[in-house]
Design a protein around this ligand. Sequence first.
Ligand SMILES: [Zn+2]
Length: 303
Amino acid sequence: MPLVHLSDMLKHASHHHYAVGAFGVVSLDFLEGVLQAAEACRSPVVLNLIESHFAYYDFATMMPAVLSAASKVSVPVAVNFDHGSSLERAEAAIRAGCNSVMVDTSALRFSDNLWQTREIVAMAHSYEVTVEGELGYVPGLEGLSAEHHPSDLTYTSALEAAGFVERTGVDCLAVSIGTIHGRMKGIPKLDYARLAKLRDSTLIPLVIHGGSGLSDDQYRKLVANGAAKINFFTALTDAAERSIKEYFSSNRKYGYPQVVAGVRNAVRAETLRCLQICGAGGRAAEVLAQCRPWKATSNSEGF
Ligand SMILES: [Zn+2]
């Protein structure tokens, strides 16, 4: 307890018109901060292990800590391998204990994205693992500024999305409706009508990447128009950075452990804010009662 199938968790969110927060975890202080926040507001939560971050921590060392921490909380948790680079890496992540995978094939042509996603679905579903596909392109890199865009945003087409979902069998779909990864310059213009159309045409839970930096009103409109999972990382890393800066500008009485504790508290506060805006607070008991529990196993060979 209490890992649950992400597909079940997201169906519950979709059905009850709220969104689950998925939070990028890069260290133990992030892991503890996110889980403490979910406990505090009785919310289901997703821990995101983002492959591009594996340059900064050892995934094989982190996964046992993630699974151990998740097993100790009383709210439902899912562990997602996010923005994977290949089917092989996704399979290794599943063996290490992730119960959801997202392999990022969204920059490919439609037909190539569809073909590769089908193969990932076949592999992951053989383990009963949830698969998130992505159609359209959300530019940028998690935790960096907007000028790091590899290319322009491509909006998701509702017509293409319906066929993509039907032909791939993905459990949830990341869509591009105006958000970007990282820190955005200016005010993001979000296409809520497109999001609602995507919800009605695909009939599966929709995911928003690049969730940091929006206004409370924008989050509420995303949820009202069909977002069932919103990914956050930049908001957490900015909160961590502010906490470190404040610590060093105000006093240097203590040492590194106090800095780490400050980061954990900052991540907890920001996660709590995000979960509450998404409407996920107080939903833990219902999700636990209605979602299939996941049996965790871990073998980190391959990473
Ligand atoms: Zn993303």
